[in-house]
Ligand binder design. Structure first.
Ligand code: AMO
Length: 445
């Protein structure tokens, strides 16, 4: 093993298989011995020469096989090895001849480490278009496409930024159970299964846990997968999705709304700064969001919809189509606040007259990105709310009992990470930004 510099850090690599990533050879001296490893994107035989394009996660290198300078065995292999096979190549760095190829490698050795079959399920170079289904069926290969790879690099940077913002704001990262014995949200969307003879479910959200944790840990966040057995087949719903959840003791809804804005602002700035190449690859432009985000009351939203000719009454929930119309009027980030109390879940606190919920939804155009609010922190009131919602307090006893142990007032939100990635990458289908999406029709791979 040898220590090498990669992105300014020392990494360990076997020099026999790789001394440099493709991007790194650009800063090496002409005449240097280099070994690269990656997959073959292209092979172009031209008389006594074979040009090969090798790609790894950092970019591409051109490798030249000269019939008069390499062994016949390697020359024949270079002409015939299937594209997309994984190879390790050793050679000497020389000046490139093409305009976009400042340096190329004169091949001395080639090892085929993983041969690819031919034809493959899809062409990861993107020269031949493939449907999203074909791509998802061969997701591991699809990730060799620079566009797909760019999405997941952006996802990584956004996620790092989110972690940093929440940690810097004093939130402790937690991991709560995903196998649960009672619903946290509506019971209709639960995935049930048998747990050693008992009824169990996959968690729909960490709602009850995160509220309970505020009585000791004060401010918590969790980034995890949640499961909803919804039959909706849209471009923004999945049956498994990642939610960024926060809950903060002694916080009002305005405090946590400000935190969400800050988190979005920081992640956007970091993606702009660190992912300029990826954004260019995706031909997508993003700008720093204007803060504070606009606040639209539910009543204003209803009025705007009525003005657009939509028959919706005060007290009705906003349906998909209503959000599409509102999204055309407000194309950026905006809040919808002051919802009628009955439209929000049992755990959301209300105004003193009981009419409005102390809750909010964060929208980006038509896309609902987050929802949350101030919570009911009085156990008796919570019990009433459960009954009002048709839920049995007996089933929630494990949760209700924690409200008798000194529960602080608290507020929080859940934020759809996958939907945020749709905004950052410009993708219109949530399946594009999730490695292995789960919907009604997709359980594999
Ligand atoms: P809610 O159900 O609104 O709230 O979920 C929070 C956010 O998670 C995302 N989301 C989804 N993303 C993809 N596919 C889905 N099926 C899906 N369902 C939800 C959305 C949504 O805004 N407990 C509350 C949050 C809270 O009050 O803290 C909750 O789960 O972006």
């Amino acid at each position: 093993m040898k220590e090498l510099k990669s992105n300014g850090r020392l990494v360990l690599m076997s020099p026999f298989l790789r001394s440099h990533y493709c991007k790194e050879i650009l800063s090496e001296k002409i005449g240097a011995n280099v070994t690269i490893a990656g997959w073959i994107e292209d092979i172009r035989p031209m008389g006594s020469l074979v040009f090969m394009t090798i790609r790894d996660k950092t970019g591409v290198s051109q490798v030249v096989f000269n019939k008069n300078k390499t062994s016949n065995e390697i020359f024949v292999l270079a002409k015939n090895v299937p594209r997309q096979s994984i190879v390790s190549l050793k050679g000497i760095l020389s000046k490139g001849k093409g305009k976009n190829i400042p340096k190329e490698i004169q091949a001395k050795e080639m090892h085929v480490l993983g041969e690819a079959i031919h034809p493959l399920l899809l062409d990861p170079t993107g020269r031949v278009n493939a449907s999203i289904d074909t791509r998802l069926n061969a997701r591991a290969l699809d990730l060799r496409n620079v566009k797909t790879m760019a999405i997941f690099k952006i996802r990584h940077i956004a996620l790092q930024s989110i972690h940093r913002t929440l940690s810097d704001e004093g939130f402790l990262e937690v991991n709560t159970a995903k196998i649960i014995g009672q619903a946290a949200e509506g019971g209709a969307t639960l995935f049930p299964f048998d747990y050693f003879g008992k009824d169990a479910f996959l968690a729909q959200s960490p709602q009850l846990f995160k509220e309970q944790l505020t009585m000791s840990l004060d401010r918590v966040f969790e980034i995890a997968s949640y499961y909803r057995a919804e039959k909706s087949h849209t471009r923004r719903h999945l049956n498994e999705f990642i939610s960024v959840d926060i809950e903060a003791a002694f916080a009002e809804k305005e405090d946590v709304m400000e935190l969400a804005e800050k988190m979005v602002e920081n992640a956007t700035a970091e993606v702009i700064e660190k992912c300029s190449n990826e954004l260019r690859t995706l031909e997508h432009k993003i700008e720093a969001p204007k803060r504070p985000f606009q606040k639209l009351t539910y009543t204003q939203a209803i009025n705007e919809l009525n003005q657009e000719g939509i028959k919706i009454k005060d007290g009705d929930d906003l349906k998909d189509h209503d959000l599409q119309v509102l999204g055309k009027i407000h194309s950026e980030y905006f809040w919808i606040i002051d919802w009628p109390a009955k439209l929000k879940p049992f755990y959301i606190a209300r105004t003193t007259d009981g009419k409005k919920a102390l809750s909010f939804d964060l929208q980006f155009g038509y896309l609902e990105l987050s929802s949350g609010g101030k919570r009911v922190s009085d156990g008796k009131e919570l019990e009433e709310r459960l009954k009002e919602s048709g839920l049995s307090p007996k089933n929630f006893e494990d949760h209700l009992k924690t409200f008798r142990w000194g529960m602080p007032p608290h507020s929080g939100w859940g934020f759809g990470l996958d939907r945020f990635l749709m905004i950052l990458t410009g993708m219109e289908n949530i399946r594009e930004v999730v490695l292995y999406p789960r919907d009604q029709d997709r359980l594999l791979p």
